[in-house]
Design a protein around this ligand. Structure first.
Ligand code: NDP
Ligand code: 8X3
Length: 247
C-alpha cells in the first residue's frame, strides 16, 4: 500500500513493486490520476486497487481501509509517502493555513493511516512500514520551520513505531531524502514553476525512481534484516543547505 501514489515518489514506488509482481494498493486525492495509474499498472498484469481519499480525513481513512475486500486486507508493506511542503517563509510571517496543511498531512495523516493499517498487519503476523521523512527531518533550514518540524515528527514517529511494533514483527524504515525533482517544489511554491525550477538549477537531483529503488531494496532484504534509517542525497548535496551547483 502506497499513499500519495498519484505523483512523484509514490507513483514510482507503486510502479517498481508492480513491475516486480507485487499486488499494489494505491491512494491519493486526484481520482483521474489514480485511475490512470491503475490502468497502467493493470496492463502489466499485476493486481491493483486504488483508493481515493485524503489522508487528513480520519473518517475516510477508516472507511477505505476497514472496508477493503478481504483479499486486500493482508497488507504486508505500507509506504507512508503522502505529504507536502506549502510555502517557505520566516516564522513571524508564515501562513497558518499552510502550517495546518503540512501538519495535518505529514503528521496526522501518516498517523491516521498507520493507526488503521497496523492492526491489519498485526492480524497477519507482521509487515514492513516505510515512513517518508526528509533531510528536513534531520536538519532545519531558514524558512523551512514548520515543514522541518513536521518531518522531525515523522523521524520521531519512525523510532517510536519501531519500538511499539517490535513484538508484532513489523519492521519500520525511515527514509530521509534530500533534493528530489518531483512535483514537490511546484506544490511548495503554489504552482509557480519558475521558482520550482530554480530549486534544481545546476544540480542533478534525485529522481522518484531513485527513491523507489532504495525502498524496494530495503523491502526485499532477508526477514531478519531491517534498515532503520536512510538519508539519501544527490551527490551534489552535503546537507540541506550545502549544494555544489554547477551552473
Ligand atoms: P509530489 O508532490 O510529487 O507527490 C506528493 C503525493 O502526495 C501526491 O501523490 C499527492 O497526491 C499526495 N498527497 C499530498 N497530500 C495528500 C493528502 N492530503 N491525502 C492524500 N495524498 C496526498 O511530491 P514527492 O513525491 O516529492 O513527495 C512525497 C513525499 O516525499 C512527501 O512526504 C514529501 O514531503 C517527501 N519528500 C520529498 C522530497 C523532494 O525533494 N521531492 C525530499 C524529501 C521528502 P494527491 O495530490 O493526488 O492527493
Ligand atoms: C524535501 C527536501 O530540503 O526541500 O523534503 O526540505 S527539502
Amino acid at each position: 500500500m502506497v499513499t500519495g501514489a498519484t505523483a512523484g515518489f509514490g507513483r514510482a514506488i507503486a510502479e517498481k513493486f508492480a513491475e516486480n509482481g507485487y499486488r499494489v494498493l494505491i491512494t491519493g486525492r486526484r481520482k483521474e490520476r489514480l485511475l490512470e495509474l491503475e490502468k497502467e499498472l493493470t496492463a502489466t498484469g499485476t493486481e491493483v486497487l486504488s483508493l481515493n481519499f485524503d489522508v487528513r480525513d480520519i473518517a475516510a481513512v477508516k472507511a477505505n481501509v476497514e472496508n477493503l475486500p478481504s483479499e486486500w486486507k493482508n497488507i504486508d508493506i505500507l509506504v507512508n509517502n503522502a505529504g507536502l511542503a506549502v510555502g517557505l517563509s520566516h516564522i513571524d510571517d508564515g501562513d497558518t493555513d499552510d502550517w495546518d496543511r503540512m501538519i495535518d498531512t505529514n503528521v496526522k495523516g501518516l498517523l491516521y493511516v498507520t493507526r488503521t493499517v497496523s492492526p491489519l498487519m498485526i492480524a497477519h503476523g507482521g509487515g514492513h512500514i516505510f515512513n517518508i521523512s526528509s533531510i528536513a527531518g534531520k536538519e532545519v533550514y531558514e524558512n523551512g520551520n514548520v515543514y522541518c518540524a513536521s518531518k522531525h515528527a515523522v523521524d520521531a514517529l519512525s523510532k517510536a513505531m519501531r519500538i511499539d511494533l517490535l513484538k508484532h514483527g513489523i519492521k519500520v524504515t525511515n527514509i530521509a531524502p534530500g533534493m528530489a525533482e518531483t512535483e514537490f517544489s511546484i506544490v511548495r511554491f503554489k504552482g509557480d514553476r519558475e521558482k520550482a525550477d530554480a530549486v534544481y538549477k545546476g544540480v542533478k537531483a534525485l529522481t522518484a525512481e531513485d527513491i523507489a529503488e532504495v525502498i524496494y531494496f530495503c523491502a526485499t532484504l532477508p526477514e531478519h534484516v531491517c534498515i532503520n534509517d536512510l538519508t539519501i542525497t544527490p551527490s551534489q548535496q552535503a546537507s540541506a543547505g550545502y549544494l555544489n551547483r554547477k551552473v
